[in-house]
Design a protein around this ligand. Structure first.
Ligand code: GDP
Ligand code: IMO
Ligand code: MG
Length: 435
C-alpha cells in the first residue's frame, strides 16, 4: 500500500497532469484534492492532447477509480463537458464526487470578473472561473455542496437564499447586473444534478476504505505550492491549498497515511497572472523558451511568464510540503537554450536570502543571484524519446548534472525525469509506489 501525493512545486503548470497520468498506471484510485477548473492539466493519450480541468488526470487508465475530492470547487457545467469530451474518445471514468465538494455557481463567475475589474491595476489576474468567490462562500459557510444537489427541495431553498445575497452583492457593491433569474439558476442546476447525482457519495469513506484494503492511492494537486493561499505569495495566489497538507484535508486522508510526496518541478519557472516572479526573463531568452515550450495557459491561453529556475522558492516549497522525491519535467525544452542560469539566492536590502521573504511586496524587491550552468544540446522529440527508453544514464551529462544539482540543494532525490509530453518520454529513477 502506498499513498502518493503529486504536488506542483512552483507556480502551476509544472506538468502535474502528465506525471499523474504516468503514475496512475500503478495506482488503484486517483483523487483530485483542491481547486477547480482554474486548473488545466494536459494529458497525451492515444496521440491526442486532452486538457483536463475538473476530473483527475487518472481517467486515461481503464477501471481506475477517479475521485473529485472534498477540497475541490467544481463547476458542474465544466465537469459534464469534460465527461462528454472523454465519452467521445470512448472513455467512461469510474467516477466518485465527494458530497462535500463545493459547487461553483454562476454568481461566482460573475463576482470573479467584477472583483478583478474593480481591483484595476491591483488585479490578481485570476482565471475568472469563479474559484475565489466559491471558496469565499465555503469559508463563510453559505456555499452550496454536491450533497445539496441530491435533494431538490433543499437545492431550491439554498438557491433562493444565495440568489438574494449574491445578486444584491453584485448589483450594490460592484454595480454589475446578474442576468439570470433565481428560477433559471435553479433549473440549470437541477438538470446538472440529475446527470451527476449518481456519482455523488461519501468519497472520504471510500478512499479510506481503499487505503485500509492496501490499495495504491494517488493524490493529484492542482496549481502549485507558490500559488497556495497559505504557502504562496498573497494576494497573487489562488484560494486553496495545493500542498501536501491540502492533500490531506482535501482528500480526507490523515497526514500519517501519505507515504510519498512527489514535488513536480519544471526545469525553469513559469507564471500566468500577476504577482512577483524574481527570475523573470523579459528579454529574448524568455520568449525563446516560451515559443520552444509552447508555454501558453492551458485554461486561458494567456502567454506564460518565463524565468530561470528559482532555488530559494523551491527550498521553501520542499520544506512546506515535505517532498520525498522530485519529478523533473521539460529538460528537453531547455535543450539548446544559451546562457542557462539558475537562481541560488536573492539580494534584499544588502542581505543575502536563501529563502523567499513572506510578502509579495518584499519578493518584488528581491534581486536574483544567478549562477551560469552548463547547457545541453537540443535534441529532436524522437531523440529525447530514445533517451527516455534507455534510462537516466542516457541523459546528456549536463542535464543529469542539472538534476543532481537541484536534488542535492533540496536534499531530495529525483524519482522521475520527463523529457517530453508523452508517457514514453519518462524516465523512472524510483518507483513511488514501492514500499
Ligand atoms: P499542469 O497544469 O501542471 O498539469 O501542466 P500543464 O498541462 O498546464 O502544462 C504542462 C505542459 O507541458 C503540457 O502541455 C504538457 O503536455 C507539457 N509537458 C509535460 N511534461 C513535459 C516535458 O517533460 N517536456 C515537454 N516538452 N512538455 C511537457
Ligand atoms: P494548474 O493546476 C497556473 C493562477 C491564476 C492567477 C491565480 C489566481 O494548471 O497548474 P484563480 O483563478 O485560481 O483565482 O487565479 O492563480 N492559477 C494558475 N496558474 N496553473 C494553474 O493551475 C492555475 N490556477 C490558477 O493565473 O494568477
Ligand atoms: Mg496547467
Amino acid at each position: 500500500m502506498a499513498v502518493a501525493a503529486v504536488i506542483g512545486a512552483q507556480w502551476g503548470d509544472e506538468g502535474k497532469g502528465k506525471i499523474v497520468d504516468f503514475l496512475a498506471g500503478k495506482a488503484d484510485v486517483v483523487v483530485r484534492f483542491n481547486g477547480g477548473d482554474n486548473a488545466g492539466h494536459t494529458v497525451m493519450f492515444g496521440g491526442k492532447k486532452f486538457k483536463m480541468h475538473a476530473l483527475p488526470s487518472g481517467c486515461f487508465h481503464e477501471k481506475k477509480q477517479v475521485v473529485v475530492g472534498a477540497g475541490c470547487a467544481v463547476n458542474p457545467k465544466t465537469l459534464l463537458e469534460e465527461l462528454g469530451m472523454l465519452a467521445k474518445a470512448g472513455i467512461r471514468p469510474n467516477l466518485l464526487i465527494d458530497a462535500r465538494a463545493h459547487v461553483v455557481l454562476p454568481y461566482h463567475l460573475a463576482l470573479d470578473g467584477a472583483q478583478e475589474a474593480l481591483k484595476g491595476s491591483g488585479a490578481v489576474g485570476t482565471t475568472r472561473r469563479g474559484i475565489g468567490p466559491c471558496y469565499a462562500d465555503k469559508a463563510a459557510r453559505i456555499g452550496l455542496r454536491f450533497a445539496d444537489l441530491l435533494d431538490k427541495g433543499r437545492l431550491e431553498a439554498k438557491v433562493r437564499a444565495l440568489h438574494e445575497i449574491k445578486a444584491k452583492e453584485l448589483g450594490k457593491v460592484y454595480g454589475a447586473e446578474f442576468a439570470q433569474s433565481e428560477a433559471q439558476v435553479f433549473s440549470e442546476l437541477s438538470g446538472q444534478a440529475d446527470r451527476l447525482a449518481g456519482f455523488v457519495c461519501d468519497a472520504i469513506l471510500s478512499v479510506n476504505e481503499s487505503i485500509s484494503k492496501g490499495k495504491n492511492v494517488l493524490l493529484e494537486g492542482a496549481q502549485g505550492s507558490l500559488l497556495g493561499i497559505d504557502s504562496g505569495f498573497y494576494p497573487y495566489c489562488t484560494s486553496s491549498n495545493p500542498t501536501s497538507g491540502g492533500a490531506s484535508t482535501g482528500a480526507g486522508i490523515a497526514p500519517s497515511k501519505i507515504t510519498e510526496v512527489v514535488g513536480v518541478l519544471k526545469a525553469y519557472v513559469s507564471r500566468v497572472g500577476e504577482g512577483p516572479l524574481p527570475t523573470e526573463l523579459p528579454d529574448g531568452v524568455g520568449e525563446a523558451i516560451r515559443d520552444k515550450g509552447n508555454e501558453f495557459g492551458t485554461t486561458t491561453g494567456r502567454p506564460r511568464r518565463i524565468g530561470w529556475l528559482d532555488l530559494p522558492c523551491l527550498r521553501q516549497a520542499s520544506e512546506i510540503n515535505g517532498f520525498t522525491s522530485l519529478a523533473f519535467t521539460r529538460l528537453d525544452t531547455l535543450g539548446g537554450i544559451p546562457g542557462l542560469r539558475i537562481c541560488s539566492a536573492y539580494k534584499l536590502g544588502g542581505k543575502t536570502l536563501h529563502r523567499p521573504p513572506a510578502s509579495s511586496e518584499a519578493l518584488s524587491d528581491c534581486k536574483p543571484v544567478c549562477e551560469e550552468i552548463a547547457g545541453w544540446e537540443d535534441l529532436s522529440p524522437g531523440e529525447w524519446r530514445a533517451v527516455a527508453g534507455k534510462g537516466v544514464g542516457a541523459l546528456p551529462a549536463q542535464a543529469r548534472a542539472y538534476v543532481e544539482r537541484v536534488s542535492s540543494d533540496l536534499g531530495v532525490p529525483a524519482s522521475i525525469v520527463s523529457v517530453g509530453p508523452g508517457r514514453e518520454d519518462t524516465i523512472i529513477i524510483k518507483d513511488v509506489f514501492a514500499q
